[in-house]
Design a protein around this ligand. Structure first.
Ligand code: BV8
Length: 225
């Protein structure tokens, strides 16, 4: 059975990473939605770099939770028939052991050189303008898809949604497109697992409310029974 699981900030909440909208929506008094844009980066690159430097540094202080580990169990059972599509820029799916993860909004631990277009695995800060390992230019930006930019690999996602028998959305408010539209692109059955009904809850055949660390393991056990 082909399954696509979309995850959002809610799956990482119980690991201690604040979500976009539940954290009182502010980072150092700034609305993240105002920082995650190319315009903000052009206007104040230092502010935007520090926003991502802080979040990249926070990764080393958090661990995957039971929801991430349940999706690894599911991947062991389904293999290539499972694709995890995540809006999250953290690395918790990978650190739990998931192999097939597609980051449509990019990754905190990747730096993108706007001079030579190279991408590099990156753990440290970028605000101090380190040289690109390939071309030496001090033009590394976060490899993150900002509002107004094109999400990564949408053709692969569309194909997977069209082919899947089951689409499950975990921990997302359903406010950001095109991810919020995936439920409409999915050919098969649809299920939402979220702390509270998302903006698109009524578009799902079934919507369950509760914390991801309870709902996701229970759903995986049910599917594999
Ligand atoms: C694009 C990287 C064209 C940054 C992010 C007007 C109308 C409609 C659309 C638009 C519009 N104006 C502009 C647009 C398009 C725009 C958009 O959707 N804007 C919205 C705000 C209206 N989208 C874009 O610009 C995208 N690009 O459209 O290009 C295109 C389209 C199709 C094909 C080709 C080209 C680019 C969007 C990407 C922006 N970058 N992330 C960063 O991370 O810093 S999005 C950002 O929001 C995060 O990635 C986050 O993942 C994402 C969505 O948020 P959620 O993950 O849902 O998190 P949130 O906090 O909102 O919700 C958490 C949920 O978890 C809640 O429901 C909560 O109840 C639940 N929860 C909490 N705790 C738990 C839990 N659930 C379970 N257990 C728990 N314990």
């Amino acid at each position: 059975m082909k399954v696509v699981v979309l995850t959002g900030a809610g799956i990482s909440a119980e690991s201690g990473l604040t979500t976009f909208r539940d954290s009182g929506g502010l980072w150092e008094g700034v609305d993240p939605m105002q920082v995650a844009t190319p315009e903000a980066y052009a206007a104040d690159p230092g502010l935007v770099q520090r926003f991502y430097d802080d979040r990249r540094a926070a990764l080393s202080r958090v661990q995957p939770n039971a929801a991430h580990h349940a999706l690894v169990r599911l991947e062991h059972a389904l293999g290539d028939d499972l694709l995890v599509v995540t809006q999250n820029v953290d690395d918790l799916h990978e650190r739990a052991g998931s192999q097939r993860v597609h980051h449509i909004h990019g990754r905190l631990r990747s730096a993108w050189c706007t001079t030579c277009d190279a991408r590099h695995e990156w753990d440290g800060p970028l605000a101090d303008g380190p040289p690109c390992p390939r071309c030496g230019s001090a033009t590394l930006r976060p490899d993150i898809v900002w509002f107004g930019e094109i999400p990564y690999g949408m053709d692969r996602v569309e194909q997977a949604l069209w082919e899947c028998e089951l689409f499950v959305s975990v921990g997302t408010s359903g406010l950001v497109y095109p991810a919020a539209a995936f439920v409409h692109w999915a050919r098969g059955a649809t299920l939402e697992l979220n702390l509270e009904p998302s903006a698109g809850a009524t578009d799902f055949a079934e919507s369950r409310q509760g914390p991801a660390t309870r709902l996701v393991p229970a759903w995986v056990e049910e599917l594999l029974a």
